[in-house]
Design a protein around this ligand. Structure first.
Ligand SMILES: [Fe+2]
Length: 375
């Protein structure tokens, strides 16, 4: 009996309608946003101050155009921060929302645009209430290359009351416009480049081997794997604008792939571990990658060879070399496992784990967790 042909498209393919890519393009942000309406809010992080040309352009145009800037306090966005932002944006009467920053700023701004006109409090949607479609345009301008949030329909929010991180998602959350500008990445510190870049790399790999992958997401994910592998180390060591542009584009392609194919066990583990140990998401993803690749290897089939080809060497070894070269320390080695059963239960319940190419049992997880925590 012949095997059924691989699906070409996912049941629903969601892509940003317009993406501008090139060094220096972000200074045109406000002009681009004015297409969506006169009143808007730009959500940004502290790092925006490093980008003189962009802040000048924002200050100049914002004052005359009914546009306000909202600075995120930092850290991964919480439901409480989102509800405060929604109140402020409603009071301003904004017609669009732009996010200029890393994954946290992006998720906060995206969730705000997504729920701006929703009738219930944000917490209810995080707890599973069906999300209505949003008509509020969201414009994404990443200043890090990692989460791929500028290319996804997902926003991850932390509930500080329960200490859990959960995503909210809706096809209408996809950014209406994305601007990928190397200038914004050039001032990103090496540690952030390493952690975010490894998040992007893991997203490319996991979406490539995901059970939800289709022909189109495989093309995006495999290309992203090679682009991120080729540019992440040079960018960690300083890097040129051309490499920054390519890393941003690779991260964006990985975001498109994951948004349409889901992820795998690394991301299933990363949320419960990250929440308990208060570690950067990309840091946790990076250190979980080698044991998960080893676990998945036989289930990857021909894709293991394709990944090795994309990185120019045995894939498992290349993953380990990347961690060494990026100076990513194993944060769990020799530590006590906090709430082992909770970590296992959350990992098994995760949609990312469900998309992993190999079935994952409780016994498998115990072994992987042991490997991570071995001193
Ligand atoms: Fe991630």
């Amino acid at each position: 009996m012949s095997t059924p042909e691989k699906r070409t498209f996912p049941a629903q393919l969601v892509l940003p309608p317009r993406t501008i890519s090139g060094k220096g393009t972000a200074v045109g942000l406000i002009d681009e946003c004015l297409v969506f309406g006169k009143r808007g809010v730009v959500v940004c992080g502290g790092s925006l101050q490093k980008h003189g040309a962009l802040t000048e352009a924002l200050d100049r145009q914002a004052s005359s155009e009914g546009i306000v800037t909202f600075q995120h306090a930092g850290g991964e966005p919480t439901v409480a921060q989102l509800e405060a932002l929604i109140d402020a944006v409603r009071a301003h009467g904004a017609e669009w929302i732009a996010g200029v920053g890393g994954g946290s700023v992006m998720d906060l701004a995206k969730a705000c645009a997504g729920l701006l006109n929703a009738p219930l409090p944000a917490i209810d949607y995080q707890n599973g209430e069906p999300i209505p479609a949003s008509h509020v345009p969201f414009i994404a301008v990443p200043t890090t290359a990692g989460t791929g949030s500028e290319a996804t329909i997902v926003a991850v929010l932390t509930n500080t009351g329960t200490g859990t991180k959960k995503s909210i998602r809706h096809a209408s959350f996809m950014p209406r416009l994305v601007i990928l500008d190397a200038d914004l990445l050039m001032t990103c510190p090496p540690r952030v480049i390493a952690h975010c870049g490894m998040d992007a790399f893991v997203q490319a790999v996991e979406s490539y081997v995901s059970r939800g992958s289709t022909w189109i997401t495989e093309q995006l994910a495999l290309k992203a794997t090679g682009m991120i592998h080729e540019t992440l180390l040079p960018m960690f060591d300083g890097g040129k604008p051309e490499e920054a542009q390519r890393l941003l584009e690779g991260s964006y392609l990985a975001g498109l792939a994951l948004s349409n194919a889901r992820l795998g066990l690394v991301h299933g583990l990363a949320h419960p571990l990250g929440a308990r140990y208060h570690l950067a998401h990309g840091h946790v993803c990076a250190v979980c990658l080698p044991p998960v690749v080893s676990f998945n290897r036989n289930a990857m089939g021909d894709k293991y060879a394709a990944l090795s080809n994309a990185v120019g060497g045995d894939f498992q070894k290349e993953c380990e070399t990347m961690l060494e070269r990026l100076d990513i320390a194993p944060p769990f080695a020799g530590e006590e496992v906090i709430d082992r059963q909770g970590i296992i239960d959350e990992t098994l319940a995760s949609g990312s784990t469900a998309a992993n190419p190999r079935d994952v049992s409780e016994a498998d997880l115990i072994q992987i967790i042991e490997a991570l925590f071995q001193g």
